[in-house]
Each structure stands twice: as structure tokens, then as C-alpha cells.
Design a binder for this molecule. Structure first.
Ligand code: AMP
Ligand code: ZN
Length: 463
């Protein structure tokens, strides 16, 4: 079946036609390894993984490249401010490479825990410095870049289609109040390809421009082309990268090579927490370890992500994650029941579900719809064939359907009046109305239910 994807560049859903039939080359902006990945970052990589799995399900051979940013990447996407790797090094007393090695390992553990396939190649920026220097030199030679006191800048006015990915307009940007002013630049959104280093800057290399270090954007162009070639199929990242990082990648890459490099640009929407941005000050910057500490298996977070299409915002709350956990457990219980059955299902019925599943995943990765197809399929009379087909679907979902076991406890189907009693008891408990909470606990017990308080709520079970 032909996969259709939304291409940010053309702003429409298009058939994904690979450059080489049967093969896909894709590049994903990887993590900056100076801290743990947040669940927001990880949503981006779940999306990358779903894309790869759908392509592989469709029979494509996928080469996936994801860089590891172990140098530079300033605190903001602009060209000023402290370097994230350097900042962390100063704070911890470790070298930038020690920090990078530690967080790269942690990142790999996180993606393994979420069943995200490791990309075919994960090159490090610091291993690709000569390749970056070559591009910068070429851009200077061709007149697209200029040297200033503090670095080498790309001149956005030299690239007439600058802004084509995000639709920004250079003239508006010139007068835009939000643009940082750097006196060395010819245009406020000219960006640093290369930065000259102060003597105390920890990460610096010899270059034609003295001791210096790369700007953030150049690494993705260098590594994308090095590992995937001068033209490749797909580039992914979060939507925050559209207006600066990816716009800059397009500008420097196309001016360097003289042609388009990437055919399809695909971007995931953000994960929000409690309806807003994650922020340190609100204390809601969650990592995989926070989920595990609250009793959520990482695969439950994957299930939670899969229930929202990648171009929609996803709102993380602990209640929503608990609901995903309940649903996932129900799903597993259903799968066990099918697995244990000796009955069969007609091939027409199976083919119909398979077709619906394939239509959903190939429609710009409509995974939530595909999960809906699975749920409907599981409601069929129990049959081992249905379990086998679910296992095929799980090549895309990666939700451990092959590991479901007999002892998977079915989530309790609680009658509405019992749920009301439990909620009232929980509210009474929260209000420290102990007498009322005890009375309701007893009433639940009389009706045959035990209630146990947990870190983020309560659990009901049959007595
Ligand atoms: P960074 O390390 O900041 O470059 O982020 C790594 C990836 O995560 C990039 O593709 C970002 O666009 C993406 N990302 C960052 N925050 C979020 C979020 N809250 N939701 C989804 N994706 C995000
Ligand atoms: Zn990138």
C-alpha cells in the first residue's frame, strides 16, 4: 500500500516516492546530550520510530541516521548565549565529552525501554568536524557566507528561497522585535556557521579561522549528506525546529550543493504537560525515570503516545497516563484470551481487519485509528488467528504483544456506582475527611471491593 505523508515543505499530504525504489533514507535531529531526555523529546523519537516501522511494514529497507549533538548548541536557537554543553561542564566539573558520553548512554537506555529501534547510524558531531569545516569553507568561497570578528555567518539574503519551509518573510524578520541583535551580522537572522572561540571555551578545534567550534545547524547538514548522500528521502524533527534549525539546514545545504537535498520534511507536534509547556520552574519536566518511579512501565508511555496522531498536540497528565495504563492492561488481557483460544477466524474477516489497519497506518501514520481497528478486532469471538494478526500489527506498534502472559490481570470492569463510591472516598480522603472516607471504604467492602491508595490515586480490586 502506498504511504502518504504530510510534507511540511509543500504543506500537503503526498505519496511518499522513494529516490531508490524499495529503499528509504531518513535523517532525524538527535538529542543534545547534556541532560536526560524529557518525555517531550521522547515523543519525537517515538514518532521517528513509528515512521520507520510503517515503512518497514510496507516492505521498505530503511537507513535511519540520527546525530548525537555533543558540541555547541547554544542555550537558545539564536547565536548568542552560553553553550549548553559548556554550561553543564562548568556546573558539574566534568569535561564536555564525559557529560556527552554519560547522557548518550542514558538516552540509548531510554529509547531501548520505549522499544524505539536504534537508528542504523548515530554519528557524533565531534567525529565530523572536518566535514563541517569543508562545508563552511565552500559557502565562504561561493559567497554565501562572510567572516566577522566572532565567527562565520550565513547570509540569508543570498538565498532567495530562505523561509520556504516555515513561510517566514525576511523583511518582516528584519523589523521583527523578537529577533536578537548581534552587531556583527548583516541581517538579524543571519546565522552562525562557525564560531571563534575564547581561550576559556572548552570545546574548540583548529580551523582556517583559528581555534573555533561549529554553530549548531551545520552538523546536521554535514552528517545527513555524509551518511545518506546528497539527496535523501525524509528529514524529521519536532515542530520547534521548523523556523530556525531546519530553515537554516535547507539554506546552507542547498547553497553548498546547488540543489535540494531532502524531499520530505516531517515534523511532530509537541507534548504538553497539564496543557502547557514543560518547564523547570513548574517542576513538570518529566523523564522516563519519573514514570517508572510512579509505577508506569515505559511501554505504557509508548501506548499513550500512539493514541494521538503525530501532528496533533498531546497533553500529558498523570491521570491520562493512568487511563492509558488501564487501557493497555485491558488490551493485554484481551490478547491473552485470543492467544489461549484454539478457535479460528475466517480469512475474509482477517483480511478485512488487515486492510483497515494498513489503510490507517499508511494515511500519514494514523496510528490511533490503527489502534481502534485492533480494539474492534479484539472484540471478535476469541481466536488464535486474531492473536497472530495482532502480532503482525505489533511490528508497527511495538507494544510487546509477544510478551503478554496468562497472568496478565484483566483490568477490572468496575460498575459505575462502585466507581462513584470510590471517587467519593478518594475526594473525602483528599479533604482529610477521614470518617467519611472510612465509611465509604466499608461500603465498598460490603459491595465486594477493596481499595488501595497509590502514589497518584487509588486502585480497586475484588475482595
Ligand atoms: P533537542 O534536544 O532540544 O534538540 O530536542 C530533541 C527533539 O525533541 C527535537 O526533535 C525537538 O523538536 C523535540 N522536542 C523537544 N521538546 C518536545 C516536546 N515537548 N514535544 C515533542 N517534541 C519535542
Ligand atoms: Zn538537526
Amino acid at each position: 500500500m502506498q504511504l502518504r505523508v504530510y510534507n511540511t515543505l509543500t504543506r500537503k499530504k503526498e505519496e511518499l516516492v522513494p529516490i531508490k525504489p524499495g529503499q528509504i533514507s531518513m535523517y532525524t535531529c538527535g538529542p543534545t546530550v547534556y541532560k536526560y531526555a524529557t518525555i517531550g523529546n521522547l515523543r519525537a523519537y517515538v514518532f521517528m520510530d513509528e515512521l520507520r516501522r510503517v515503512l518497514e511494514y510496507d516492505g521498505m529497507k530503511v537507513k535511519s541516521v540520527m546525530n548525537i549533538t555533543d558540541v555547541g548548541h547554544l542555550v537558545s536557537d539564536g547565536d548568542d548565549g552560553e553553550d549548553k554543553m559548556e554550561k553543564s561542564a562548568h556546573e558539574t566539573g566534568k569535561t564536555p565529552l564525559e557529560i556527552a558520553a554519560f547522557y548518550t548512554e542514558q538516552f540509548m537506555k531510554d529509547i531501548d525501554a520505549l522499544n524505539i529501534k536504534r537508528p542504523t547510524v548515530c554519528p557524533k558531531a565531534t567525529d565530523n568536524i572536518p566535514e563541517m569545516i569543508e562545508i563552511v569553507q565552500s559557502l565562504l568561497d561561493k559567497g554565501y557566507a562572510y567572516e566577522t570578528e566572532d565567527g562565520i555567518y550565513f547570509s540569508v539574503e543570498k538565498f532567495p528561497s530562505y523561509g520556504k519551509l516555515s513561510g517566514i518573510n525576511l523583511e518582516e524578520q528584519r523589523h521583527g522585535a523578537r529577533v536578537e541583535v548581534n552587531s556583527f551580522k548583516r541581517h538579524p537572522i543571519d546565522f552562525a556557521l562557525w564560531k571563534k572561540a575564547q581561550p576559556n571555551h572548552l570545546q574548540q578545534w583548529d580551523s582556517p579561522w583559528g581555534r573555533s567550534f561549529p554553530g549548531w545547524h551545520i552538523e546536521c547538514t554535514a552528517m545527513g549528506v555524509k551518511y545518506l548522500g546528497e539527496r535523501f528521502d525524509i528529514h524529521t524533527g519536532g515542530i520547534d525546529h521548523i523556523p530556525i534549525h531546519h530553515e537554516n539546514e535547507i539554506a546552507q545545504g542547498e547553497c553548498w550543493l546547488g540543489h535540494q537535498i531532502v524531499n520530505y520534511w516531517m515534523h511532530n507536534e509537541f507534548l504538553l504537560v497539564d496543557g502547557g509547556k514543560m518547564s523547570k520552574s513548574l517542576g513538570n519536566t518529566y523523564m522516563v525515570s519519573d514514570l517508572v518511579a510512579k509505577g508506569f512501565a515505559p511501554v505504557v508511555f509508548r501506548y499513550f503516545c500512539l493514541n494521538v496522531q503525530y501532528r496533533q498536540k498531546i497533553n500529558f497528565t498523570w491521570e491520562a497516563l493512568a487511563a492509558a495504563k488501564t487501557a493497555y492492561e485491558k488490551l493485554c488481557a484481551q490478547l491473552v484470551a485470543h492467544k489461549n483460544s484454539n478457535a479460528t477466524t475466517s480469512s475474509e474477516v482477517l483480511a478485512d481487519f488487515k486492510q483497515k489497519f494498513e489503510e490507517a497506518i499508511n494515511d500519514d501514520l494514523n496510528i490511533p485509528l490503527a489502534i481502534g481497528v485492533l480494539w474492534t478486532m479484539l472484540k471478535q469471538p476469541k481466536s488464535k488467528d486474531i492473536y497472530k494478526l495482532a502480532l503482525q500489527f505489533d511490528k508497527v506498534f511495538a507494544l510487546d504483544f509477544d510478551k503478554v502472559k496468562e497472568e496478565t490481570k484483566p483490568a477490572l470492569d468496575v460498575p459505575a456506582d462502585i466507581r462513584e463510591l470510590a471517587e467519593a472516598r478518594f475526594a473525602a480522603r483528599k479533604a482529610k475527611n477521614w470518617a467519611e472516607s472510612d465509611r465509604l471504604r466499608n461500603e465498598l467492602a460490603e459491595r465486594g471491593y477493596a481499595v488501595k491508595d497509590t502514589a497518584d490515586g487509588y486502585e480497586l480490586s475484588l475482595k
